[in-house]
Design a protein around this ligand. Structure first.
Ligand code: ZN
Length: 163
């Protein structure tokens, strides 16, 4: 996402890029890489008690307590996206890690399948309501490969509803 964002900016194809990182682990890489880049806004919603122990500073960090379920997650995401909308991005990158799922081995949050689906829909709706292009990438997910792979299909199914 960072390389693609840099390339879009350098090519003049985007002026203000929002990176929405919903992997359960903080988006410390993009936060550090773009710490002094005003054209990129980094938003990370993550579990406060998870890797990395020493967090980077995103433009907007929302640290959720372990065990956060669908409802609390959805509220936190809604207000975070509201705030990110003030940045007025013209391109959105979305890290759709599935490790906030309640059965994830490393996640420590408690989202259901429906919670992941609602999360993905909220991000796509955010972008589409502002006519912004959005590119989604797979993020983390830990557990039996069949289960993790199935969870990763959710974002594709949700994205198809917005095409
Ligand atoms: Zn992760």
């Amino acid at each position: 996402m960072a390389v693609a964002a840099r390339a879009l900016l350098d090519a003049g194809k985007a002026r203000r890029i929002l990176i929405v990182d919903l992997d359960v682990h903080q988006g410390d890489g993009t936060a550090r890489l773009f710490a002094s880049e005003p054209a990129v806004f980094t938003l990370s919603l993550h579990c406060e008690a998870n890797f990395p122990a020493r967090k980077a500073r995103s433009d907007l960090d929302i640290a959720l307590p372990p065990g956060t379920e669908d409802g609390g997650y959805a509220s936190a995401l809604e207000s975070a996206l509201d705030r990110a909308g003030d940045f007025a991005p013209d391109f959105v990158f979305y890290n759709a890690g599935v490790d906030p799922h309640h059965q994830d081995r490393l996640g420590r949050l408690a989202l259901s399948d429906a919670g992941l689906e609602a999360r993905d829909a909220a991000v796509f709706a955010f972008a589409r309501s502002r006519a912004q292009p959005i590119a989604s990438v797979l993020g983390g997910g830990y557990g039996p490969v069949e289960d993790v792979a199935r969870r990763h299909t959710i974002v594709h199914r949700v994205a198809a509803r917005f095409c």
